[in-house]
Every structure is written in structure tokens, then in C-alpha cells.
Design a protein around this ligand. Sequence first.
Ligand code: FNR
Length: 190
Amino acid sequence: TPFRFVTLLGSLRKASFNGIVARTLPDLAPEGVTITPLGSISAFPHYNQDVQDTDFPAEVLAMADQIRAADGVIIVTPEYNYSVPGVLKNALDWLSRVTPQPFAGKPLAIQTVSPGAIGGARAQYHLRQSLVFLDAFVLNRPEVMIGQATGKFDTERLELTDQKTRDFLVRQIMALAELARTVKTQPRSD
Ligand code: FNR
């Protein structure tokens, strides 16, 4: 059976560069991998610990199920103010309170896209910090930080046009598949 990966998108913007990448990934999936976008995190309410036990939002529970069922997760997100966008952090905070916690032991890759020069590198390292606590198996390399995005996309047709970037994304997906294979053959004991 192929590895089934899901994508979690950190931008709510309609013409989002990161959204274009997330929607491109299913077409780039190599042999033996399928990639499916998760639903939008736009419907997630602001996290409030008071409601977590009584009134868990249905969309959070549904996404947690989808993540748990997946062989791996690809987070595709912008960098906001040198860090993780609030909407994405909010989503991770919600998902982290579902039991069993869906990211535990989950192979995970990070992709960031920015019009800026370093492609959201700073956000990646803040995101990695949270994912340490969530005990995800975050892929180390290759790191996908797509900088100077404006020249790599057709912003009218909402397409990722840069072939080198597309090839690089495939390389990371293959590395994630390799990580997923390792995790699968050495399952956690808990
Ligand atoms: C940004 N942007 C940005 N870019 C970057 O490389 N580093 C940063 O710290 C920030 N900070 C930031 C804060 C806020 C509030 C906004 C709205 C934007 C620019 C950002 O990369 C750009 O808007 C991207 O187009 C956002 O990604 P999407 O929505 O196109 O996927």
C-alpha cells in the first residue's frame, strides 16, 4: 500500500503561495505516495482551555482523526513576524489536546514559502520547537524554504511554475517517505 501523507496549510489567504504549493503536492507525489490536503483551519475557534473537555470542536476532532490515519504530515506555512502564523499555532494547540495526540510519533515535513530571501527559515525553527513537545518525527533534511516566491509562481493562474522548486519538493517527499518507512518498520512501543 502507498504511503498516505496529508498537508496542513498555515495560510488562510485565497491566493496564498503556500496554498498553491499545498495544492500542487498531490500532483508531485512520486510512485508509492499519495498526498491529500487536510481541511482548512479557518473554522477552528480561538483555543480556550475551558472548552477543551466539554465542547471540543468537531473540525478539530475530524482533523486529528485524519492526521492519525496518515503515514505522515506535511506542514506548508508562511512565516509571520519571524515566527509561526497565529492561526497555525492555534490549530496545533487544539490538535495537541486531542487524545491520542495525533502528532506523536508521526513523520512530518515542513515547507515554508515567502517572497523574502530566506523563505521563512525562522518560522521553521519555531515550528520545530513546538513539534518537539508534540513528539513528531520531524524530517531534518532536505529543508524546503522557498524564497523569492514572486518569481517562482504564476500568480494569475495560481501555479508553481519553477521547475527546480518542483523537483526539490519531490526530493523532500521522497525523504519523508523514507522516514515513514523507517518509522513503520520500527514502531513505537507505547
Ligand atoms: C509577513 N510576511 C513575512 N515574510 C517573511 O519572510 N518573514 C516574516 O517574518 C514575515 N512577516 C509577515 C507578517 C505578516 C503579519 C504578514 C501578513 C506577512 C510576508 C509573507 O511572507 C507574505 O505575505 C506571504 O505571501 C504569505 O504567505 P502566503 O499567504 O502567500 O502563503
